[in-house]
Design a protein around this ligand. Structure first.
Ligand SMILES: Cc1cc2nc3c(=O)[nH]c(=O)nc-3n(C[C@H](O)[C@H](O)[C@H](O)COP(=O)(O)OP(=O)(O)OC[C@H]3O[C@@H](n4cnc5c(N)ncnc54)[C@H](O)[C@@H]3O)c2cc1C
Length: 331
């Protein structure tokens, strides 16, 4: 497939796709007016093998975690920027009943090797093998890189600018891949779920939180460096519950950080894009095969899912004929 690929949106999805194309020597242009509305500006970037109320193995972990981490490590090496931090998560149970249930699960080896009997405490279990990508650092480094290479356009791409040949243009334009997060309106079952994180300064006599350790009691406290920590993240399914969810985060912060002095710096807010089956939306828009595609719907697992999807897209964009590619949106 020929022509300059245009990527609309330089959040996590657009950044990973641009890098996957750059590695293949494929020409692209990246559009983003700034990151005012990006989920990736506020996303905590956590990848945790054991998640959810049911302490289950994260969907996609087994197939994707190793390759995804290598992808970010490769970016670190190529761009000279630190992005990935290995983490241990100390997750407390809500009550004794949950504790008994988790202990039984661990006893049966269901969470091995991430939680083992050696990692059980009176009121919590240690989850090993988690990691985090510093998403704001990834976005900023990508922006510097592609600004320097002259392929970043610091503006929105308009939907009427998507034809292959723009009159008067000397360059041949290829397909547009829309990585526009919450701005995407054409995928019927894609919906935005609000989320907030509190940014805190933590210090005082007890000192900063140890780096590399996440406290978790259903809500996590994540040290992010520079004496700061993020607490979150809430799920806001209806705007009317926004303030109540924020107060819940504050209550959790008070409980989890009872041993520390801290104050609130900011509330970081964004939207996770999710689909009914919680799978990402990746593929050509129906009727626009070979011209307009989508990479979206990364939900709350964007860091885990993003690299593989970006690689798939880059492979498809490298071939010469639309016939060789999937048709229609993969949903
Ligand atoms: C509070 C919160 C906590 C989260 N925590 C985690 C976590 O711990 N782990 C995890 O894996 N995921 C987490 N997520 C989810 C993760 O942040 C998202 O999956 C991911 O950031 C989505 O990236 P994206 O590129 O699809 O969208 P976005 O980051 O929203 O990027 C879309 C971009 O498109 C640009 N844009 C829009 N319209 C146009 C246009 N017309 N032309 C050009 N550009 C345009 C916008 O400026 C924006 O920069 C969290 C999300 C939230 C909100």
């Amino acid at each position: 497939m020929s022509g300059v690929v245009r990527i609309a949106g330089q959040g996590l999805a657009g950044t990973l796709l641009a890098w996957a194309l750059e590695r293949r020597g494929r020409t692209f242009e990246l559009y983003d007016p700034g990151h005012k509305t990006s989920a990736s500006r506020v996303g905590a970037g956590l990848v945790n093998p054991v998640t959810g109320e049911r302490w289950a193995l994260a969907p996609g972990w087994a197939e994707r975690a190793t390759a995804a981490k290598s992808f970010y490590r490769e970016i670190e090496a190529a761009w000279g920027v630190a992005l990935v931090t290995d983490l241990r998560v100390r997750r407390a149970w809500r009550d004794e009943a949950e504790g008994r249930w988790v202990r039984a699960k661990v006893g049966r080896g269901e969470l091995a090797p991430w939680v083992t009997p050696a990692g059980l405490e009176r009121d919590a279990a240690w989850i090993e093998g988690a990691w985090r990508v510093d998403l704001p650092a990834l976005l900023a480094a990508g922006r510097r890189r592609w600004r320097g290479q002259g392929c970043l356009r610091e503006a929105a791409l308009r939907s009427d600018e998507t034809e292959w040949a723009v009159t008067g243009s000397a360059r041949e334009l290829g397909p547009v891949i829309w990585c526009t997060g919450a701005a995407e309106t054409r995928v019927p079952d894609l919906r935005a779920v609000g989320g907030e994180t509190l940014e805190l300064v933590v210090g005082g006599a007890a000192g900063e939180l140890p780096p590399g350790v996440v406290r978790h009691d259903g809500v996590w406290v994540l040290p992010v460096g520079g004496g700061r920590a993020w607490v979150g993240a809430s799920f806001i399914r209806d705007e009317s519950e926004r303030l109540a969810r924020r107060e819940e985060l504050r209550a959790r912060a008070r409980r989890q950080l009872a041993d520390r002095d801290w104050c609130e710096l900011a509330v970081l807010a964004g939207y996770r894009m999710t689909t009914a089956d919680r799978l990402p939306a990746a593929g050509w828009l129906p009727g626009r095969e070979g011209r307009e595609g989508i990479l979206n719907g990364l939900g709350s697992k964007g860091v885990l899912w993003g690299p593989g999807l970006a690689e798939d897209w880059a492979d498809r964009l490298g071939v010469n004929s639309v016939n060789q590619m999937d048709h229609g949106l993969h949903r």
